[in-house]
Design a protein around this ligand. Sequence first.
Ligand code: SAM
Length: 192
Amino acid sequence: MENNNVEYDSFDSTYDEKPEMFGHPYKELQDYFYKSTRRGTLLDLGCGQGRDSIFLASLGYQVTAVDSSKVGINQMLKKAQSQGLEIDGIVNDIQNLKLQRKFDVILFDMLLHGFENQIQQELLGKYSNSLNKDGILCIVYPDDFQAEHFMNILKSLSANWNLLEEITVNDIPKIEGETIDFNFKMMVAQLS
Ligand SMILES: C[S@@+](CC[C@H](N)C(=O)[O-])C[C@H]1O[C@@H](n2cnc3c(N)ncnc32)[C@H](O)[C@@H]1O
């Protein structure tokens, strides 16, 4: 695990109190990746406690998972180890992260929409450059956003981005002490 001593208003204390805060990976996300024949390297940005990373590693992806919460990364690594899975866990801010390699899949689950538009554009520009040829970008967001919002940003970076799927996510695990009164959506895009 790499740790760059991130100073960040982090989820550390919440994750300490709730070791399974976000529950299982959404059924729709599981179905998408179960059905996909794609495997290879996958970067999970803002991986939290690693529910997606662990599931995707169990499917055979080589997962690199990044979060600013050291507690979240440690909880993920412990769970992965207990299941005999290897995940590369990195404690860092995704805005500062410098990558040495490219990936076949890049995932933002419930993170990207929280940044201002300008930062979303910077992050999409930066991580687009970290995708292998034919790689895919998968973004999960609350359904008051639309795929069109992220596609407009991607297309401003390159006209060759294509939306492959937009899926409504209904299987949202309950978060203790919180009410979620919206659905999520998941989009998958690829650069041709
Ligand atoms: C809503 S949680 C989602 C966690 C995970 N993707 C999931 O769906 O289970 C957002 C996560 O993003 C992380 N995060 C927020 N801003 C970040 C940043 N700039 N760099 C790295 N991680 C960040 C938080 O620590 C938190 O774990």
